[in-house]
Design a protein around this ligand. Structure first.
Ligand SMILES: *[C@@H]1O[C@H](CO)[C@@H](O)[C@H](O)[C@H]1NC(C)=O
Ligand SMILES: *[C@@H]1O[C@H](CO)[C@@H](O)[C@H](O)[C@H]1NC(C)=O
Ligand SMILES: *[C@@H]1O[C@H](CO)[C@@H](O)[C@H](O)[C@H]1NC(C)=O
Ligand SMILES: *[C@@H]1O[C@H](CO)[C@@H](O)[C@H](O)[C@H]1NC(C)=O
Length: 561
């Protein structure tokens, strides 16, 4: 008894002082990062504080109204000022958080227009006192260095209910596609000759004619890059010279937001700009590139802050970025999901790649596995894009599942109402499902839509490369097509599509080519033997509703509203 009591005095006293904001955050250092040393107490770092917002329920309700064509509010999007008036943290929250920071001597802080994030610079010593439990170290991977903590942090109990999370402590950027990896994989697999995807095959498959290019005033689209990826203007120009002959297009990026680094072009970055500008042809395109450059920043989070600090941003954003849901704290994911609502209610469409590991695989205990959903793909407030291949790689005919296409069910987000019918329909109709222990049928199911995702021709470092694959290819292709539809809507005086899912699910596949063949990959174990879900008529968790048939999709999405 006495021992227990003494134990409690130790543990309980630390509980009274501080509380964990992100108790379920994975704090293990990914093995590809090498620790180089502890950060000196006087070294400066920058932390991002996510302040608790107001009226998040109301924001969610409004988002669903402005995104539902059956509502009288459809298309009545909010300005950033209106979003700010709605969600801005209460005076009390702002006061308590600032007071807490000031009492530690933290005064060098910047806010954003919606006032729901604070970014502060301070000494490491101060940060370690502010957030008991943390210990900052420097880590390196491929010449990039980051400052992170390998132990969990706490905050004073007074601020607990005023903060969602602190950014810049945990979370390492996931590894992107590396050109050398792509080339090695292809060589190993002894890839056979194929025609490959070019703007011409995509425009032909998705029924875009030479006349289907943008022309509206103030239309725009964007790609965002977070993994030290840079596109080269010369690569884009050469790509358009080689592959853009049959349609009117732009060959230059309109605006780069962030720091455009020097050095080698990133494969991902080249792919994104080259293809969003091939389907969304002639539409001004922005690149958001590594907005976070300080070692303590989380580039993805920085980008989210940037969007809430700019009144004028493009209508469509495509992002090829994702992490395992189970590696992120639920507090972080919930808050980022609210950030997606803030974008959607402004009429902005957020498209995320569904991932390249099929249903994924998480090893729970020895011999026991489950699928592994990916975030932000699993957010109910983004449109998630899966991948397909041509049935016959030498012909522009019908599409089948690309086995890498990410898909499945979230363990964090509940299934949104807009998809309940579609998902229930699938679960009932499909003849063979993976064992129930592998996935969670109460979660948000994804993807929502798909496009071709293998063997793209990309120009990178002046060289055309033919084997680039992944849902990071299909996502900008769909993004460009939505931008073209926005363009036609603007010409008719209609608002942007904004958050597409409620309307997309109401279409029940109208305007899309249904993909019904093939399964995606998953755990290589005895139970599922490498197979996740399979495509089926109508919606499925591999290719969503299918791939765009532009004229039909346009017709469905410019009707009246
Ligand atoms: C938001 O924008 C304002 C005005 O441009 C700027 O002063 C501020 O530093 C920005 N906030 C952050 C966190 O970058
Ligand atoms: C679009 O493409 C498909 C298949 O390539 C074709 O069958 C269809 O007639 C085309 N046009 C329209 C308007 O759907
Ligand atoms: C819209 O047009 C204005 C004026 O030409 C320009 O300053 C602004 O950047 C444009 N916005 C976007 C998102 O393209
Ligand atoms: C299944 O998903 C729901 C949310 O949709 C969540 O509340 C629940 O914890 C999840 N179950 C597991 C085992 O992860």
């Amino acid at each position: 008894m006495r021992i227990l009591l003494a134990f409690c005095v130790l543990i309980c006293s630390s509980l009274v002082l501080g509380e964990h904001l992100e108790a379920d955050q994975d704090i293990l250092i990914p093995e590809d990062w090498t620790r180089v040393g502890r950060i000196a107490p006087t070294e400066k770092l920058e932390l991002t504080f996510a302040l608790r917002q107001q009226n998040v329920d109301q924001l969610e309700h409004l988002l669903l109204l402005v995104s539902d064509p059956e509502s009288a509010q459809y298309g009545k999007h909010l300005t950033l000022e209106e979003v700010s008036a709605l969600v801005r943290p209460s005076q009390l929250t702002q006061k308590v958080v600032r007071h807490w920071l000031q009492s530690h001597g933290v005064t060098d802080c910047q806010t954003i227009l919606t006032q729901d994030f604070l970014q502060c610079t301070m000494n490491t010593q101060v940060a370690e006192a502010l957030l008991p439990g943390i210990e900052f170290h420097r880590y390196v991977r491929d010449g990039i260095s980051l400052v992170r903590s390998s132990s969990a942090y706490q905050v004073h109990e007074d601020v607990l209910q005023h903060l969602d999370f602190v950014g810049g402590v945990h979370r390492f950027p996931p590894k992107g596609q590396d050109l050398n990896e792509v080339l090695t994989k292809r060589r190993r697999s002894g890839a056979k000759f194929h025609l490959g995807n070019t703007p011409a095959t995509l425009r032909s498959r998705y029924n875009l004619t030479a006349a289907d290019v943008g022309s509206a005033q103030n239309n725009s689209q964007a790609v965002a890059q977070f993994l030290e990826q840079f596109y080269h203007p010369a690569d884009l120009a050469e790509f358009m010279t080689l592959f853009g002959r049959s349609f009117q297009h732009l060959s230059k990026i309109d605006r780069v937001v962030g720091v455009q680094g020097a050095g080698k072009a990133g494969l991902e970055a080249s792919l994104d700009v080259e293809y969003i500008m091939s389907t969304g042809a002639n539409i001004p395109t922005w690149v958001f590139t590594n907005p976070g450059r300080h070692e303590t920043q989380e580039p993805f989070l920085q980008w989210m802050l940037l969007l809430s600090n700019m009144t004028d941003i493009p209508w469509v954003h495509t992002i090829s970025y994702g992490d395992d849901e189970d590696s992120l704290s639920s507090a972080y994911m919930m808050r980022i999901n609210t950030e997606f609502m803030k974008a959607g209610v402004r009429g902005i469409s957020m498209l995320f790649a569904s991932g390249d590991s099929g249903a994924g695989c998480r090893h729970l205990t020895k011999g026991e596995n489950s699928f592994r959903p990916s975030f932000p793909a699993s957010s109910p407030y983004v449109t998630t894009v899966g991948g397909t291949s041509f049935k016959n790689p030498f012909k522009v005919t019908y599409e089948v599942t690309d086995y890498i296409s990410g898909g499945g069910f979230s363990n964090v987000f509940k299934m949104p109402d807009y998809q309940v019918g579609a998902v229930e329909g699938y679960l009932k109709a499909v003849s063979r499902l993976p064992p129930k222990t592998y996935f969670n049928t109460s979660g948000r199911a994804y993807p929502d839509i798909a496009a071709l995702s293998d063997n793209y021709w990309v120009v990178t470092d002046r060289v055309p490369i033919p084997w680039v694959s992944g849902t990071s290819a299909s996502t900008p292709v769909v993004g460009g097509i939505l931008s073209l539809i926005n363009d036609q809507r603007f010409l008719k005086g209609l608002p942007s599509l904004g958050f597409l899912n409620p309307r997309l699910y109401q279409l029940q596949g109208q305007g899309l080519f249904d993909v019904t063949d093939g399964c995606h990959l998953s755990c290589l174990d005895e139970q599922v033997q490498g197979q996740g879900f399979c495509a089926a008529p109508s919606w499925d968790p591999v290719t969503g509703w299918g791939t765009p048939n532009y004229p039909a999709l346009l017709a469905a999405l410019v009707l009246e509203k």
